[in-house]
Design a protein around this ligand. Structure first.
Ligand code: UD1
Length: 442
């Protein structure tokens, strides 16, 4: 998936420009200084965009990140019949989505295959029109990432779902009805899918063991602005009184807590100091004290956080990834890049995804001392990383390698740039504006 191969995207999304660059070239060792604006959250914006399919009225989203995932979902929504109007002001990128017409069968296999969050279309289309016909979703190759929780929850609400030949066919001949659903794990995507569906189902839906990620509270806030009745945002029990007609809404996308944590690591590894505009400590959950213990100082200031390396330097810490408010799995790879040059050892255990150490081999190419046994990586800090030719295999792995490259001696050439572009809004440009020696290259 490359920008150059994505010209249909630039037809659908005016701000998306094909870019032939396949790699990022970083000369490390330059302290980052200045203001880095944290974008709207990648993981919040996708369900928010899908929520616009629930209503024929206008949904306006502000603080939109200009990322490849957003472009792909925008193209998908257009194929489904929605109209999208984009505008850019000093406050950032906004979109107004009008889904007064939705054609549930016209779903594009190539676009769906690019992005796992496209599975959210299932709940929204079933709720809106009683049918969905969707290729199995794609996304990062970081684990099994089944959709069994999504399917079981929607079936409990009365949907008939068939999975065959790489396609999901779902209908709700009698409409969806409220149900009591217990999620086996607090899945973010399943919680969102069921929330979307439940807002239009007859009666009350209770989702137990719901995910508590802040992006879910952001979706609840937008749905509530549309007129939905949802209790329990931020807790593990959500109660949705469904069936109310939904109106339009205007909603600002929450700041991206993963970009925030990643850039805090970048400030610390380079020995610089960044003003992370829009950043908030409360978004980081358990990552805030752990980053502090690792030597990443985060100080609240007006409109954001100041991030820098503590005068005592970087120190090894132990991390176990957990559902929110635990340490986010999406920060595991960037934290590992940071800890690669910390004093002492760190033990990092991944409990959410089973294939989320694919950045380890790449960090080793840069001189990191990391041993993996099962789901645990032991990182022994080395005095410095060295630039190397490395490959980002998923969106967060690519971000971790950018962090490593910024802190390393010499030149790092990172391919897998599309992964970075999927999740981050102009990261290289924003880093360059803070003094990084970083450029996109063919
Ligand atoms: C979302 C985020 C992703 C983040 C992850 C965990 C988006 C677009 N992506 O992904 O960045 O890393 O949450 O915080 O928001 N599972 C099943 N069956 C299911 C659903 C999930 O077995 O039906 C498993 C998954 O394989 C995984 C775990 O549950 O092991 C958590 O996955 P989930 O929370 O659903 O992640 P996503 O929503 O895909």
């Amino acid at each position: 998936m490359s920008r150059s191969a994505s010209s249909p995207l630039s037809d659908a999304v005016p701000w998306w420009r094909p870019d032939p660059a396949r790699t990022l070239v970083i000369r490390g060792g330059r302290p980052l200084r200045g203001t880095y604006p944290v974008s709207g959250a990648k993981n919040a914006v996708l369900p928010l965009m899908v929520s616009a399919l629930l209503t024929p009225h206008l949904v306006t989203l502000h603080n939109m990140p200009a990322s490849l995932d957003v472009a792909v979902l925008a193209a998908l929504l257009r194929r489904l019949g929605a109209e999208l109007h984009w505008s850019r002001t000093e406050a950032g990128l906004s979109v107004t989505i009008c889904a007064d017409q939705v054609h549930p069968v016209r779903i594009d296999r190539e676009l769906v295959a690019r992005m796992r969050a496209s599975v959210l279309l299932l709940g929204a289309l079933l709720a809106r029109g009683g049918e969905a016909n969707l290729p199995m979703p794609g996304g990062d190759a970081i684990g099994l990432r089944g959709i069994d929780f999504h399917v079981a929850g929607l079936r409990a609400m009365g949907a008939e779902i068939e999975l065959a030949g790489g396609t999901i066919r779902a209908t709700a001949p009698r409409g969806l009805s409220g149900a009591e659903i217990l999620l086996p794990q607090p899945s973010v995507g399943a919680t969102e899918n069921l929330l979307l569906a439940a807002t239009m189902a007859r009666g009350t839906t209770i989702i137990r063991n719901a995910a508590r990620e802040p992006e879910i509270a952001d979706l609840v806030a937008c749905l509530a602005a549309m007129g939905a009745s949802i209790e329990g945002a931020g807790t593990d029990v959500l109660a949705i009184a469904g069936g109310r007609p939904l109106g339009g809404a205007v909603h600002p996308v929450m700041p991206d807590r993963i970009e925030l944590g990643t850039l805090a690591c970048a400030a610390a590894i380079t020995g610089g100091e960044l003003h992370l505009r829009h950043g908030r400590l409360d978004l980081l959950g358990a990552a805030a004290p752990l980053l502090a213990a690792a030597g990443v100082e985060l100080r609240p200031v007006e409109d954001g956080l100041m991030a820098r390396r503590a005068p005592s330097g970087l120190a090894g810490v132990d991390i176990v990834t957990r559902p929110h408010p635990g340490f986010a799995t999406d920060l595991q790879a960037p934290a590992m890049a940071l800890l690669a040059t910390a004093t002492g050892a760190s033990m990092i255990t991944e409990t959410i995804f089973e294939q989320r150490f694919r950045h380890v081999d790449e960090l080793r190419k840069m001189g990191a001392a990391i041993a993996v046994r099962g789901q645990t990586a032991v990182v022994r800090g080395v005095p410095a990383l060295q630039g190397a030719v490395v490959s980002g295999t998923d969106v967060r792995a690519a971000a971790a390698l950018v962090i490593a490259g910024l802190g390393a001696e010499g030149e790092t050439v990172l391919d897998g740039l599309d992964h970075l572009d999927r999740g981050y809004d102009r990261m290289a440009d924003k880093l360059a504006a803070c003094g990084a020696d970083i450029r996109r290259a063919g």
